[in-house]
Design a protein around this ligand. Structure first.
Ligand code: TYD
Ligand code: MG
Length: 454
């Protein structure tokens, strides 16, 4: 008989505990432990790569088939999506797509489903949130011809979904969304950790056993993490997140994890009346409406293999000494605090009684330290009401001593800036040869950069 053990699992970090606690000892989250019934025997009997019945033996690495060219991929036909996936969907793999509600997850996956079906792949689209009619209305909005081999299933029961998947044998299966799917024989409610884990695991097994690619939509919580613990991320092969804000046309799909991709890429889209359109070359995407003005500086940043020009904005306003506000959107809050300190100490700015707001235009998340210089100049520009001249961009990391460090792959950044009409770049000393018509304003310290700003 199956042995049942009750465990408690943390909703935010996925750590497993033997007893309930108010606070997760791993991640410190309060009231996050949820009861989880593990079926020990099930774990041992779980199908392995579809060959559950046969005993599995270890093989020598060099005896494993494969021509070294990597897995064969099924391209979705949406170039930017394929780029984030690392070239297309890998049969037998599972991909989790996360993002805020209304950002475009269902739209993107329905568009991909259309393209795949038109290209001769059989696609099963499971819609657990919308009815089949609602989905049909969405498809009409996308103005795509209904392909022959696109099947829609409006259901939330895992057993019925898997039955359809076994019957239809689709090459690509979309689950929109995983949080609404439930497994009938589990007592837990849909969306709970127990359900999420069990459903995700079975879907992943199905993908592996039938060499189908599984695309799953996952909701995110207010804090921006995938709802349900991190363990969903561990169970799948690739995790993609939508970035950008809902009230802005641009959407960024970023790879967070990809077992089959060499780099973590970003894909750019624009939400239009007829679905998501690709923004293929990123030309001026983020700096499209850029005008030189105080508190606004453009920085070429690297995302995966591509370079994007991003506008960084800052605003300073008099606040109350001792309780000033420091807010960021798309940028790193601790980086902002560090830069404010460096500007005070090494740049002579007095910001102690100033509220400072900083944002990356379009809501794209920037983690690169190479954006430091642009942000520091934006803050200084806002503070002194001075703008950098038109055609000037800035890139470089700033150290605690106020020194400006060189950014990696400056050549690529410079050529992208030149291509989009920038002719001067403030950066650290670098042997990089600037493209034609581009002048480097090389600085060693933040002080020099502030002077170079004019
Ligand atoms: P949706 O894909 O439903 O978001 P998610 O599945 O991530 O919750 O996106 C819905 C939003 O996109 C909604 O606000 C309407 C807008 N939209 C368009 O602007 N154009 C379109 O063609 C479609 C289908 C949606
Ligand atoms: Mg949706």
């Amino acid at each position: 008989m199956a042995k049942r053990t009750v465990q408690f699992i943390c909703r935010s970090c996925g750590a497993v505990q033997a007893r309930w606690m108010g606070k997760c000892p791993e991640c410190g989250a309060w009231d996050a432990l949820e009861e989880y019934v593990a079926d020990k025997s099930a774990a041992l009997d779980a199908p392995r790569g579809g060959a559950a019945a046969e005993p599995v033996e270890a093989v020598k690495l060099r005896e494993i088939d494969g021509d070294g060219a990597g897995p064969t991929r099924v391209a979705t036909g949406i170039g930017e999506f394929d780029r984030v996936l690392g070239g297309g969907l890998v049969p037998g793999s599972a991909v989790l797509v996360g993002g805020d509600p209304g950002i475009g997850k269902s739209t993107l996956l329905l568009q991909a489903a259309h393209r795949l079906a038109h290209a001769g792949q059989r696609v099963l689209y499971v819609t657990s949130e919308e009815s089949a009619q609602q989905l049909r209305l969405r498809a009409q909005r996308l103005a795509e011809n209904p392909p022959d081999d696109l099947y829609i299933l409006a259901d939330t029961n895992l057993a019925r979904i898997l039955e359809q998947a076994r019957k239809l044998q689709p090459t690509v299966c979309v689950i929109d969304s995983i949080q609404m799917i439930y497994k009938g024989d589990l007592a837990a409610s849909p969306g709970s950790v127990t359900q999420l884990r069990a459903c995700c695991m079975e879907l992943v097994y199905h993908a592996k056993a039938h060499a189908a690619a599984m695309l799953m939509v996952g909701h995110v919580t207010k804090q921006g993490a995938l709802a349900g613990p991190r363990l969903l991320e561990h169970m799948v092969d690739a995790v993609l997140y939508f970035e950008g804000d809902r009230y802005h046309a641009h959407r960024i799909v970023r790879g967070i994890k990809n077992r089959f991709g060499a780099t973590l890429e970003v894909g750019l889209f624009e939400m239009t009346g007829a679905g998501l359109q690709e923004v293929a070359d990123g030309a001026g995407l983020l700096a499209a409406e850029y005008e030189s003005r105080p508190g606004s500086v453009v920085c070429p940043i690297l995302s995966g293999s591509r370079c994007l020009l991003l506008e960084v904005q800052a605003l300073t306003a008099t606040g109350f000494l001792g309780s000033v506000k420091r807010k960021v959107s798309g940028l790193d809050a601790s980086r902002l605090a560090m830069l404010i300190a460096v500007l005070e100490k090494r740049g002579g700015l007095r910001l102690a009684d100033q509220d400072v707001f900083a944002s990356s235009v379009g809501g794209m998340k920037v983690a690169e330290p190479a954006a430091d210089l642009a942000l520091a100049l934006a803050i200084a520009g806002a503070h002194y009401n001075r703008s950098v001249e038109p055609g000037v961009a800035a890139v470089g990391e700033i150290g605690l001593g106020g020194e400006v460090r060189r950014a990696q792959q400056l050549d690529q950044r410079l050529s992208e800036a030149a291509r989009l009409g920038f002719n001067r770049v403030i950066c650290a000393n670098d042997p990089a040869k600037p493209p034609k018509n581009m002048q480097l304003i090389q600085v060693r310290t933040l002080d020099q950069a502030l002077q170079a700003m004019g």
